[in-house]
Design a protein around this ligand. Structure first.
Ligand SMILES: C[S@@+](CC[C@H](N)C(=O)[O-])C[C@H]1O[C@@H](n2cnc3c(N)ncnc32)[C@H](O)[C@@H]1O
Length: 231
């Protein structure tokens, strides 16, 4: 896997790209999710433990961004709040989660109830698949979804895959029951080596970014660029 720099890695370049300061975007996000009882708590915790700002830091400052399997839209809405020049589209199967996401959405975010396998994707430069692959019905469905993403992206388009890492061991052990309690059903985790092989097969140049640091669950991210075909 090869290196890829954050599009908006430091404060100065963030300002130059017209991004809203992190603290302001965070407080608007947390306020937007108030009023849903335990679900609000779930969404606030999601922002913190999945290191949502750590993912957003790698999202381009403008353009159309698709968030497949966006759940309650915490990441989707934060990306939109931080980047007014972004147009962010979140899709999820769950009507209930989409309703909460919509209620918290700024004007540059939109949400649709949609099966991502039935999707004809609008033109976009960036696709995000955050904690969706391991909740699909099989590893093969995950392969299929990533192949679909590759087909939809232009050459050099960015695919951000947020997943669960397997190191350190104790964090991985903690992640599995948490995932099973909150999202019922079997989970299908892959090792970084399995991901590397899959990305290579799909023509993606990928780099690995750990997101968890002092957080209790084992969050990691793969930043993948679609390679142009050889001349
Ligand atoms: C663990 S949640 C992740 C939510 C969100 N991406 C986040 O990072 O907070 C997984 C989501 O994938 C959605 N999902 C699973 N299969 C899907 C499909 N075929 N089409 C659309 N959404 C799907 C589920 O409804 C669920 O909300």
């Amino acid at each position: 896997m090869v290196g890829l720099k954050s599009a908006i890695g430091n404060r100065q370049s963030a300002i130059a790209h017209g991004l809203v300061p992190r603290a302001e975007a965070r407080s608007r996000l947390l306020r937007a999710y108030a009023g849903h009882g335990l679900r609000s708590l779930f969404c606030w915790l999601r922002y913190w433990h999945a290191n949502v700002p750590g993912i957003e830091a790698y999202v381009p400052a403008g353009g159309t961004i698709l968030d497949l399997g966006c759940g309650h839209g915490v990441l989707t809405n934060y990306i939109a709040l931080r980047g007014p020049r972004r147009h962010v589209i979140g899709l999820d199967l769950s009507e209930q989660r989409i309703a909460i996401a919509r209620a918290a959405a700024p004007p540059n975010a939109e949400f649709q109830v949609q099966d991502v396998f039935q999707l004809s994707t609008p033109p976009c430069q960036t696709i995000i698949v955050a904690d969706v692959l391991h909740h699909l019905r099989s590893l093969e469905e995950g392969d299929e979804l990533l192949a679909l993403c590759c087909k939809s992206l232009p050459d050099n388009g960015l695919l951000i895959v947020k997943e669960i890492g397997q190191r350190p061991w104790w964090k991985f052990q903690l992640t599995r029951p948490v995932d099973t309690v909150f999202y019922r059903g079997r989970v299908f985790f892959r090792s970084p080596a399995q991901f590397a092989a899959l990305f290579d097969r799909l023509g993606l140049q990928a780099t690995f970014v750990p997101l968890h640091s002092w957080r209790p669950l084992c969050h990691i991210m793969y930043l993948c660029r679609k390679r142009p075909p050889p001349l």
